[in-house]
Design a protein around this ligand. Structure first.
Ligand code: PPE
Length: 308
């Protein structure tokens, strides 16, 4: 990971190398944290954070599902993010807010632990490898099930949830695949370890319904609108693994992954990125880079850095 200069911790900036926590931190022992992944892009009108308010709102919702009170409002976190980018003199980066039960008491109960909040940012290129966006990647259906709604609230972007993602990712890598696809306990397609998933069949785009144990992706929400505005029929419904095998095209989306095509699932070849995937990918990348005025409301320009 590429270090930047400053990290925001509980309201103050500390040097990257000094952003340390105590080993008795509750979140380290029990995975009791919530986080976000956000990207800032340099646009013709200055650096802009894509849907910053929406990400900070989701952070607050995730905290609520962990019975956690974040001591900073959405607006305060938005401002702190802008301050972070200015302090690091960076225009294009990945941003990682995290809130966790800190150092105080050990034991599963969270009483007696402060809620600590940190924001860091660093340059992060293509999440799934250098040629991922252009050429597509391979994926393996995981033998690990996606956690269900009554196991851990999967709607929360909680740190502990990502053991599920880590297992699926590691299994896929050990099998020679770039990414995993998780199914629900009922056998429906859920999402990737860090991405939502879509198939294209006969020109129609399908994606798992929100009930399929998926994280309600902010990129997914953006793509829903972009795809419909481009004139595609876009359907949210339960999908099964054979829908993947028989798809004309498959792609994944996420803040980190952006829009990444899939070229194979298990031992089934899907092929080179197809026309629908390409159209969605191009429109999404144009949108985050401020080239689509109709979606300008999604861009939170860094105050003081906005050009006319
Ligand atoms: N599903 C999961 C499980 C997930 O982690 C992400 C984001 C998404 C879907 C897409 O959500 P959104 O970013 O709001 O469109 N994964 C984040 C973390 C990746 C990581 O390795 O860390 C991300 O993309 O930032």
């Amino acid at each position: 990971m590429l270090a930047t200069e400053k990290i925001w911790m509980n309201g103050t900036f500390v040097d990257w190398a000094d952003a340390k926590i105590h080993v008795a931190t509750h979140g380290l022992h029990y995975g009791t944290g919530v986080f976000e992944g956000i990207r800032a892009y340099d646009t013709a009108r200055g650096p802009a954070v894509f849907r910053l308010h929406d990400h900070m709102k989701r952070l607050h919702n995730s905290a609520k599902l962990l019975y956690m009170d974040i001591p900073y409002s959405v607006d305060e976190l938005v401002q702190a993010t802008f301050d972070l980018l200015v302090a690091n003199k960076i225009d294009e980066c990945y941003i990682r807010p995290i809130a966790y039960f800190g150092y105080g008491e050990l034991g599963v109960a969270t009483r007696g632990n402060p809620v600590d909040v940190a924001l860091l940012c660093w340059p992060w290129g293509q999440y799934l490898g250098e040629d991922a966006l252009a050429k597509g990647i391979t994926a393996k259906i995981s033998s690990w099930q996606r956690i269900g709604p009554n196991v851990i609230p999967h709607v929360a972007k909680a740190t502990g949830v990502y053991i599920n993602s880590m297992l699926a990712t590691t299994e896929a890598h050990r099998g020679g695949y770039r990414e995993a696809i998780l199914l629900t306990e009922q056998g429906y397609v859920a999402d990737g370890p860090g991405e939502n998933i879509y198939i294209v069949k006969d020109g129609v785009i399908y994606t798992p319904d929100l009930q399929a144990s998926i994280l309600p992706g902010i990129t997914r929400h953006s793509i829903t609108r972009i795809a419909r505005d481009l004139g595609y029929e876009f359907v949210e419904k339960n999908l099964i693994r054979t829908d993947l095998y028989l798809a004309d095209e498959i792609f994944m989306s996420g803040t980190a992954a952006e829009v990444t095509p899939l070229r194979a699932v298990d031992d089934i070849e899907i092929g080179d990125p197809g026309p629908v995937t390409r159209a969605i990918q191009a429109a999404y990348l144009d949108t985050v880079k401020g080239k689509r005025p109709e979606y300008d409301a999604w861009l939170d320009y860094v105050p003081g850095r906005k050009r006319a």
